[in-house]
Design a protein around this ligand. Structure first.
Ligand code: 13P
Ligand code: SF4
Length: 344
């Protein structure tokens, strides 16, 4: 079927799925028929994590894409992840179920402005978080994720001036760990910036035995309250390996699905964002109770219906301008090489 103008306008396929089908089984059938692989980030909805071939953090998703022999990659995550896959696998068809799945961090760093920032600081090496557009990666020496940022920063000589973008929170955290004074781009993630110190402190008081698991995209005041700081994969691994029975989880709440699945006898409590409405405050009100979870509105755009239609019609496809892709490939490959050498 040709791509309809209405789909183009929406950025996803809004065809109703045939009534009565087993959506999960149909997705698996289409994957087999088309030699497609479904990769999902930990922040996507639980149903998607359950049907994916692989669920992981940003680093593991890039590693998996680089290694797959599938003909089609369906990236259930956000746009920069699909771009990264396309850069690593130019001959493969890379699909994203909803083109609107952006990222507030990536958006906080327009390529032109970043290029000017880099040009204004000659002599600096440029480190970019993977949460950036391909065009920003093209102005970068090495890409990092939250799973390898510290090690990659430390791979540069101590006296090498560095630029780090776009996440100022992750950049500040890595500066504090390494003693570097990297120049930081002023960007942040709308999910991780919203965690409340007050709500976390109150929850710690209520659950004195709980360990606090924090993603480094959170603000410094929140990171200070952590028992463990790390990428989603690192936080999940800690939950599995720790003797502790109870955890306060300070990252996007999609990760709780894997934590609960891996550790059914442990308790995981999602820390709410600062604008979450207390249950007590809504008591007696006719308004629906507010969800206490902190969710990424972009990650949540991906649904089973959209994945099914994406596989069926092989659209929306993500392409990267070949000249940009050629320049962005080097810093991504450099990240993968360093990670491999370090066993990450
Ligand atoms: P990780 O997957 O590296 O933990 O990063 C979280 C994130 O915000 C992905 O967009
Ligand atoms: Fe981007 Fe934040 Fe969503 Fe991750 S959680 S994809 S950093 S907006």
């Amino acid at each position: 079927m040709p791509v309809k103008d209405t789909w183009k306008a929406l950025g996803y396929i809004d065809e109703p799925v045939p009534e009565g089908i087993d959506l999960k089984a149909e997705i698996r059938r289409l994957c087999k028929k088309k030699n497609a692989v479904v990769l999902a980030h930990y922040y996507t909805i639980a149903d998607l994590q359950d049907i994916a071939d692989f669920v992981g953090d940003s680093l593991a998703l890039a590693q998996k894409a680089a290694a797959t022999d599938a003909d089609i990659i369906v990236m259930c995550g956000v746009h920069f992840m699909a771009e990264t896959d396309k850069i690593l696998c130019p001959a493969k068809k890379v699909l994203i179920p909803d083109l609107n799945a952006s990222c507030s961090l990536a958006e906080s760093c327009p390529a032109d402005a970043f290029a000017e920032f880099v040009a204004a600081h000659p002599g600096h090496k440029v480190i970019s978080y993977v949460n950036t557009s391909a065009a920003v990666k093209a102005h970068t020496d090495v890409v990092v994720t939250s799973g390898n940022a510290r090690e990659i920063v430390e791979s540069f000589p101590k006296d090498q001036p560095l630029i780090f973008g776009p996440d100022k929170n992750l950049g500040n955290y890595i500066n504090s760990l390494t003693g570097r004074e990297m120049l930081l781009w002023d960007g942040a993630c709308h999910v991780h910036e919203r965690f409340s110190v007050e709500k976390l402190v109150a929850l710690k008081r209520e659950h004195p035995g709980a360990q606090v698991l924090v993603h480094p995209e959170c603000r410094g005041a929140v990171v200070k309250l952590a028992d463990v700081v790390g990428s989603t994969a690192r936080l999940l691994r800690h939950a599995q390996e720790s003797d502790c029975r109870e955890f306060l989880v300070v990252t996007e709440s999609g990760i709780l699905h894997q934590m609960q699945r891996a550790c059914p006898d442990k308790t995981f409590i999602p820390v709410p964002p600062e604008d979450a409405v207390d249950e007590a405050a809504t008591e007696g009100s006719s308004a629906p109770a507010a969800c206490a979870c902190n969710e990424c509105r972009y990650m949540r755009l991906c649904t089973l219906e959209k994945v099914y239609n994406t596989l069926r019609y092989e659209w929306p496809e993500v392409d990267v301008d070949p000249a940009v892709a050629a320049r962005a490939l080097r810093p991504i490959e450099r990240m993968l090489d360093i990670s491999r050498q370090l066993g990450l």
